[in-house]
Design a protein around this ligand. Sequence first.
Ligand code: MN
Length: 252
Amino acid sequence: MKILITNDDGIYADGIYHLKKALDQIGEVLVVAPDVERSAVGHAITISDPLRVFEAERDGVFFGYAVNGTPADCVKLGIRCLAKWTPDIVVSGINLGANTATNIIYSGTVSAAAEAVIMGIPGLALSLTAFDVKEFDYTCRLAVDLVRKIEKNGLPEGTLLNVNVPPVPADQIRGIAITRQGKGRYEEFFDKRVDPTRRTYYWLAGKRMILDSDEDVDDVVIMRNKVSITPVRYDLTDMKMLDELKKWEIEQ
Ligand code: MN
C-alpha cells in the first residue's frame, strides 16, 4: 500500500510522528506536512505566494517533506510533485483536538482528507479529542485497521472518514460508534488585550458547546468515551432546498 500522510499540527508534531511509525509497518509511506502548525485553516490553499519544500529530519533521519503551506497544499503538492507514486490513501493526523460537529469545516486535518477525496483518492482524518495527549498507541492501532478496511472495502466517491478518539486510556474506551456530524460549536469570545506598545489586540477564545443529545452524534459519542467515525462528504448542496428553490421562479 502507498500511503501519503499529512496533518495540520505541523511536521514536528507528536501525532504525525506516531502515525508514520504505525503505517510504516503496512505500506510505503510519504509524509508531506506543513512546516509549522496550521490548525483551523480549513481548506485554504496558497495561490499568491510560492510553496517551498525542505526535507525534515526526525531522530536524525529523513522524516518527510515540510511545506510552507496549508494541509490542502501539502496533499496537492505531495500527490502531484513529491510522491513517486499515486497514493492508495491519504491519512491526516493524528490531530490534537476534536474535529467534531461544526469544527469539521474549520479543520485543516479534515480538509486534507477532503482534498484527497476531491483528487479521487480515499481520505481518512484522525483526531484525539484533547490537547494534552501523550498516548497514541490506541489511535495508531485503529489507524492501521481503518487503512486496511478502506483498502478492502473502498469508499464512495466524494466521501472521507472522520475519526475522533476520546482522550482516555485504551482500556477505558467503550467501543466504536458510527456517527453523524453534530451541531455543536464554540461559545466564542474575543479576549481583548493590550500589547507592550499599548496597541489593542484580540485573541479568539471559547468553550465547546455540545448542542446534541442523540446517541448517534459525534460529540455525544465522544462524551460516552466511544470512538466516533463519521462518513463526511464535501458536496455541500442542500438537496431539499434545491427543489424548493426551483419553485421561487427567480428571473432577471
Ligand atoms: Mn490541529
